[in-house]
Write a protein that binds this ligand. Structure first.
Ligand SMILES: Cc1cc2nc3c(=O)[nH]c(=O)nc-3n(C[C@H](O)[C@H](O)[C@H](O)COP(=O)(O)O)c2cc1C
Length: 193
């Protein structure tokens, strides 16, 4: 029998990514975000829900840009730290953990060097929802560590080893095995007589 759990913004898995922005003095900041998703194919867009109290919120509004940086599971402790500490209280948030950054090639936001994938986004639209605003970024460029990129130009998921997150239990998880090809394994049922 199903149990009713009441309303909450819960879905599993969520990603655990780092949102990179520049502070008003030009220093780099990063905050952990789980409420992030792909939201449009053309133009290619990613969205992230940011609470108005985050330093990242003011940074995105001012710079009209942000990056989405994908950490490996080995960075879980750093990811958690970046989700506990605000750059508003600790301006040396990134230097404290020796996290280096590189300027975005196309937008005014930093790439987090230690993350194997970095996505440059130009602020495209904002939707105020309540506690959080959904910032939609148009993807301008994706940078990926060469060893993760397969011969067909796609990112190899086992090599990336991305972090997943569960809002309901508040825990980090790793990915399991591939189950099969999308838009492919379902054909068997489509063709069933
Ligand atoms: C696992 C995890 C996920 C989080 N996801 C979000 C999120 O999606 N949106 C958000 O506004 N804050 C989220 N936070 C909280 C921010 O990362 C945290 O408040 C951070 O200190 C803000 O940094 P800033 O003030 O330097 O921008 C998350 C924290 C953790 C630990």
């Amino acid at each position: 029998m199903k149990k009713r759990l009441g309303p909450s913004p819960t879905i599993f898995p969520m990603p655990a990514v780092l949102v990179g922005t520049y502070n008003d003095d030009g220093t780099a900041n990063a905050m952990t975000a789980a409420w992030a998703a792909a939201c449009c194919h053309s133009p290619p867009c990613l969205g992230v829900a940011v609470r108005s109290t985050r330093l990242t919120f003011a940074n995105i509004q001012r710079q009209k840009a942000f990056t989405i940086n994908v950490p490996k599971t080995t960075l879980a402790v750093e990811v958690d730290y970046l989700g506990i500490v605000s750059g508003a209280r600790r301006p040396d948030k990134l230097e404290h953990i020796d996290m280096g950054t590189t300027s975005g090639a196309l937008v005014d936001a930093p790439l987090i060097d230690v993350c194997p994938v970095n996505v440059e986004c130009r602020l495209f639209k904002s939707l105020e929802l309540g506690t959080h605003t959904w910032f939609v970024g148009e993807v301008m460029e994706i940078h990926a560590n060469g060893e993760l990129v397969r011969e067909d130009g796609k990112i190899d998921v086992p090599s990336l080893d991305p972090l997943a997150y569960s809002t309901s239990v508040g825990e980090y998880w790793s990915m399991g095995e591939s189950i099969g090809g999308a838009y492919d394994i379902g054909k068997e049922l489509k063709q069933r007589k």
